[in-house]
Write a protein that binds this ligand. Sequence first.
Ligand code: AMP
Length: 212
Amino acid sequence: MITLALSKGRIFDETLPLLRAAGIEVLDDPDQSRKLILATNQSDLRVLVVRATDVPTYVQYGGADLGITGKDTLLEHGSLGLYQPLDLRIAQCRISVAVRDGFDYADAVQQGSRLKVATKYVGISREFFAAKGVHVDLIKLYGSMELAPLTGLADAIVDLVSTGNTLKANHLVEVERIMDISARLVVNQAALKLNQAPIRRMIDAFATAVAR
Ligand code: AMP
């Protein structure tokens, strides 16, 4: 049995067409069912529904053989024990710095001001601002980052941006693009050695679907 870990939402929805291209159908809809282990039309493949930030952990420790997770999550988690054979080019977005409309970010950076930055992405942010030589106090949040500059909790946020509509609706502007993000296939290295043929077949099926 091969186990694939996915998170609900964007990654699950955008993975379905890739699976379908390989003739794989997931037999339950995680939005309709409370099941966390979903059967597929392949008797040797099942899907685990886990939190996005837990996908690398499941794969790293062998709770799943393969998983699909955003590059943002992988960078924050670290990739120990994970083989990353493919960029699936789904769930595309970017990770950016945003500030309240009217806040002069360029000036604050130039003046060498110490910036308060709220984010879920503490690791990525620390590395980014250190490379720029900008002093920051990082404030870890788990959601609704957009609120932080509006309430005075922070001067800036680091968050995922896709259309930019969420920033706009909250009177925030994107001032720096840190990197482009997309979802990656990750594989447990030990599982690949032990169960090479079926896992290789899955990797090849994803590669073919992405190349279409
Ligand atoms: P948007 O309004 O289209 O710019 O989307 C921004 C909101 O969606 C933010 O709350 C982001 O955290 C979230 N978001 C955007 N793209 C992704 C993605 N690929 N994966 C997960 N969350 C995302």
